[in-house]
Design a protein around this ligand. Structure first.
Ligand code: NAD
Length: 256
């Protein structure tokens, strides 16, 4: 279904981003990976699906590096047809103790990076009159939780930006949507479970159970594969007129 298209997935050396890259590659899309840490392993995993795979080590908190990444996509892949704004970080503390530099980096990586990547790919998508921008927001793009002031602000910002860009492209073949996952068991969440286990002096197993019970009625994690499947749906013709939605995939978290 996506043969000949190129998907750039930010923050795809791990977790949800890698899961989405794999599902898009299964549909035939060429993939540009991005993110920190080991990239050779994820690159080989996606290449095994028979598509062309590139990598950019752009730091998503730096607009100039984002521009270099898009230039690379244009030169080496003929542009970005599908942009998945996924790179993100978390930090947990009450507002009066929230470090200023953590606020700045969460806003830069979780929100401003999506603005920069999106503004840079829209002209190429307009020229082809086809494109997909899919931003990974969060249940925290729809509701708040204590101690996550920067994250919740950034994710609500993603949902707002999604609506605006969807309106600006409403009469084109470009669609712009957000996915709002509940808990997904990735390194980002494992750290919160480990912190909770240490702080409360309980086992990791018990901390995992409590984390789910607190927010997620299904008591189940959403998987990166499921989120990849939703991204594939947004790329399909069935979703040609799905514009500006913030689609929860959260086990009922935001239905409460
Ligand atoms: P993760 O920690 O497994 O992966 C994050 C990815 O982003 C990694 O590839 C990392 O290298 C990359 N990254 C971090 N900072 C970067 C930077 N400055 N420049 C480039 N890449 C950078 O986390 P995850 O859980 O897979 O999270 C992915 C996205 O999904 C995030 O936006 C997160 O907010 C969102 N999300 C996660 C959950 C969850 O429960 N895990 C729930 C809702 C939303």
């Amino acid at each position: 279904m996506l043969n000949g298209k190129t998907a750039l997935v930010t923050g795809s050396t791990s977790g949800i981003g890698l899961g989405i890259a794999l599902e898009l590659a299964k549909q035939g899309a060429n993939i540009i990976l991005n993110g920190f840490g080991d990239h050779a392993g994820p690159k080989a995993e996606v290449e095994a699906l028979g598509v062309k795979v590139g990598y950019s080590g752009a730091d998503m908190s730096k607009p100039a590096e984002i521009a270099t990444m898009i230039d690379y996509a244009n030169t080496e892949f003929g542009g970005v047809d599908i942009l998945v704004n996924n790179a993100g970080i978390q930090y947990v503390a009450p507002i009066e103790e929230f470090p200023i530099e953590k606020w700045d980096s969460i806003i830069a990586i979780n929100l401003s990076a999506a603005f920069h990547a999106t503004r840079l790919v829209i002209p190429g998508m307009r020229a082809k009159n086809w494109g997909r921008v899919i931003s990974i927001a969060s249940a925290h793009g729809l509701v708040g939780s204590a101690q996550k002031v920067a994250y919740v602000a950034a994710k609500h910002g993603i949902v707002g930006m999604t609506k605006v860009v969807a309106l600006e492209t409403a009469q084109t073949g470009i669609t712009v949507n957000a996915i709002c996952p509940g808990w997904v068991l990735t390194p980002l969440v494992q750290k919160q479970i480990d912190d909770r286990s240490a702080k409360e002096g309980i086992s990791v197993e018990q901390a995992t159970k409590e984390l789910l019970q607190e927010k997620e009625p299904s008591l189940q994690f959403t998987t990166p594969e499921q989120l990849g499947g939703l991204a594939v749906f947004f790329c399909s013709p069935a979703a040609d007129n799905v514009r500006g939605v913030a689609w929860a995939n959260d086990g009922g978290w935001t239905a409460q």
